[in-house]
Design a protein around this ligand. Structure first.
Ligand code: ADP
Ligand code: AMP
Length: 219
């Protein structure tokens, strides 16, 4: 199944994408993770995007489109994928549709995570990520068993550079300016589904599973 998880930063897209991708044995493609790995490795791409990411702005479309094109051509995407954080602009969405068409594929569903700004700011301020395996925690809602240590691999937890409150507000405003239009884009294609992402992780997961059944049934 070829899916997109859409919604503001901090809505819980990555958390759910990890769960759903694991169940359906398809890759979770987070463009934010790909870029953070590039920054951490000090590659040319990483050098180009580091400051942009820290400021909360978007990385240029052409760069993102090239990254995604290369990624979806990989063997592990043959039975589907979940995009988390891509597309983020209409230009990216059009490019994605075009590259999929060339591969004789299409997006089957765009799942919109609906949640208010104050809640995402609250969630992101308490987000911690494992530096070793990328597992995501929340100091309020889903804390690790031992402070600062990943339950899954023992790695050290850190706070993302762009998770400071003022950068989070900036990222939210960029979302409202450039990304929210995608809801209409996928609605017009009859592919938009919505979940109330203010619910707890288990409830949101159940709702997404229902949507997955609907998408599969409509094939
Ligand atoms: P996104 O990928 O949309 O930016 P994340 O999945 O990283 O969001 O979630 C943001 C933060 O909120 C993380 O700390 C995560 O543990 C927490 N979180 C995710 N889903 C929920 C939820 N349903 N309720 C409360 N906290 C959540
Ligand atoms: P995320 O992990 O999805 O919150 O993304 C973190 C940051 O990476 C964003 O604030 C952007 O600077 C950059 N980024 C990730 N995905 C994209 C994308 N599709 N288009 C442009 N910039 C992106």
């Amino acid at each position: 199944m070829n899916l997109i998880f859409l919604g503001p930063p901090g809505a819980g897209k990555g958390t759910q994408a990890k769960i759903i991708a694991g169940r359906f044995h398809i890759p979770h493609i987070s463009t934010g993770d790909i870029l953070r790995e590039a920054v951490a490795s000090g590659s040319e791409l990483g050098k180009k995007v580091k400051n942009i990411m820290e400021s909360g702005e978007l990385v240029p479309d052409e760069l993102m489109i090239d990254i995604v094109k290369e990624r979806i051509e990989k063997e592990d995407c043959k039975d589907g994928f979940i995009f988390d954080g891509f597309p983020r602009t209409i230009v990216q969405a059009n490019a994605l549709d075009m590259m999929l068409r060339e591969m004789d594929k299409e997006i089957e569903g765009a799942i919109y995570f609906n949640v208010a700004e104050d809640e995402v700011v609250k969630r992101i301020s308490a987000r911690r990520v494992c530096s070793k395996c990328g597992a995501v925690y929340n100091l309020v809602y889903s804390p690790p068993r031992i402070d600062g240590i990943c339950d899954k691999c023992g790695g050290t937890l850190y706070q993302r550079d762009d998770d400071k409150e003022e950068t989070v507000r900036k990222r939210y405003s960029v979302y409202m300016e450039k990304t929210v239009q995608l809801l209409d884009y996928y609605k017009k294609q009859g592919k938009l589904f919505e979940v109330d992402a203010s619910k707890d992780i288990e409830d949101v997961k159940d709702k997404i599973m229902e949507i997955m059944e609907k998408i599969r049934g409509g094939r």
